[in-house]
Design a protein around this ligand. Structure first.
Ligand SMILES: N[C@@H](CCC(=O)N[C@@H](CS)C(=O)NCC(=O)O)C(=O)O
Length: 423
């Protein structure tokens, strides 16, 4: 039986394993539809992989985590694989470049990504300082690649796979066109690796879209347009504020521990609403574990309580500012993180529809009570979204709701590209 790989296909770490398999001529079992949408951190998964992240590989009695270890193992399974040279010195150099790719490029970039998306608190000096460090490293590596076709020796090795995946990750992220102008050798090098006949399919058939202009950090809406204090004092009593740095529940990149402790729990006025027979937690479980259209939605329609809960369409107000799909998806993730204090009262399914520089953020939420505001205003940027009630007896509304739940919503020919659930 072929070793089984778990992880989503467009992810750079998964690409490393797929690329190693493709070049080594090793067959893998890989479910291309796998996504973070499912409740994948089951007790069975954690028993095999206690560190609780992907990619993972299962091969007989071997349960392997860490993309580097997996890629090396897969490379070694290929009968004539030269991905790791037999010469010890050459092999050490390959390992050196794997470490550079991970520690000097991928991890630095990943911290920028999390800071930009609200997964960890944003600080301009820290962001800029780290970005400058990343650029300096890339320029140093660029100089080394002036006369190189491959990182080590005269043929493709794991070093090239690791460098190419880290560099495409950075070039589709914050290392924009202006920065890449100073990295001509690396741009040429990556292009040759991702267009390698055995790798081109793994790298989106050579059509990876690099970032043109680094997207500006968007502070949460309230921080920008803070209301005068007097107006605030008259406002209706509010639900407790979200913890400052909630743990990312569905981040595509590394999850970090919260940097500040959670604030003490206060009583929420939503707890005083009349009891409802609709169990939101049970709905979250049904949604996570069952086929959305065939099983979960029928359960929802049978059990939903129209008096105790309400359903809303949410639309991002500033779609014209959206650039890369993964950044917009990251932005939804940040918004969901800031809704942490409403976890008991909210379910959401929100996505990015369209493609880079031509996309919209939209989706549906289910809120405790008849109003969205007490549930949503725990997030400082709740006003960056427009809210419209969804009436399930209206066919159009129902179609929208089901599309958002099933992640197959299409609006004005823009197809669902990526999404996040608030569960
Ligand atoms: N050091 C690990 C990092 C793996 C990692 O961060 N995986 C992310 C996806 S790229 C993940 O599973 N995140 C979800 C989570 O940590 O819950 C590796 O290189 O394989």
């Amino acid at each position: 039986m072929a070793p089984k790989l778990t992880g989503f296909p467009g992810n750079s770490r998964v690409r490393r394993v797929l690329a190693a398999a493709a070049l080594a001529g090793v067959e893998l079992e890989h479910d291309k539809s796998w996504s973070f949408k499912s409740d994948w951190k089951t007790p069975e998964f954690l028993e095999k992989f206690p560190l609780g992240y992907t990619p993972v590989l299962e091969d007989g009695d071997l349960n392997l985590q860490e993309c580097g270890a997996i890629a090396e193992y897969v490379a070694g399974l290929g009968p004539n694989s030269t991905l790791i040279p037999s010469d010890e010195k050459q092999a050490a150099l390959v390992h050196q470049w794997q470490c550079v790719a991970d520690q000097e490029i991928m991890i630095k970039h990943s911290v920028l990504y999390q800071m930009h998306g609200g997964g960890i608190p944003y600080s301009k000096p820290t962001f800029t300082g780290l970005y400058e460090k990343l650029l300096k490293r890339l320029q140093d590596i660029d100089a080394i690649f002036l006369h190189k076709t491959f990182a080590v020796g005269e043929r493709i090795t794991l070093a090239d796979i690791f460098l190419a995946t880290s560099l495409t990750n950075a070039f589709t992220g914050f290392v924009d066109a202006a920065a890449r102008e100073k990295l001509p050798n690396l741009v040429r090098y990556v292009d040759s690796i991702v267009k390698h006949p055995k790798l081109i399919e793994i790298f989106d058939n050579g059509k990876i879209e690099y970032t043109q202009t680094q997207p500006a950090y968007q502070p949460p809406a309230k921080a920008k347009d803070e209301k005068p204090k007097a107006e605030k004092a008259e406002a209706a009593p509010k639900a407790p504020k979200a913890p400052k740095a909630p743990k990312a529940k569905e981040a595509d990149e590394e999850e970090e521990e919260p940097l500040v402790p959670a604030e003490p729990v206060q009583k929420n006025p939503l707890d005083d609403l009349p009891k409802s027979a609709f169990n939101l937690e049970q709905w979250k479980r049904q949604y996570s574990n069952l086929d959305t259209r065939k099983e979960a939605l029928p359960w929802f329609y049978e059990n939903f309580d129209h008096e105790g809960f309400s359903i809303w369409r949410v639309d991002f107000k500033y779609n014209e500012e959206l650039t890369q799909v993964f950044m917009s998806s990251n932005q939804i993730g940040g918004f969901f993180n800031r809704l942490e204090a409403s976890r008991k009262y909210l379910f959401g399914s929100v996505g990015v529809l369209g493609k880079a520089n031509d996309s919209v953020i939209t989706g549906a939420i289910v809120c405790r009570g008849k109003d969205f505001k007490p549930v949503m205003d725990v997030a400082p940027d709740w006003e960056s979204y427009a809210y419209k009630a969804i009436d399930l007896s209206n066919e159009e509304d129902k179609k929208f709701f089901e599309g958002a739940m099933a992640w197959d919503l299409v609006i004005d020919a823009k197809e669902w590209a990526d999404g996040k659930n608030f569960k």
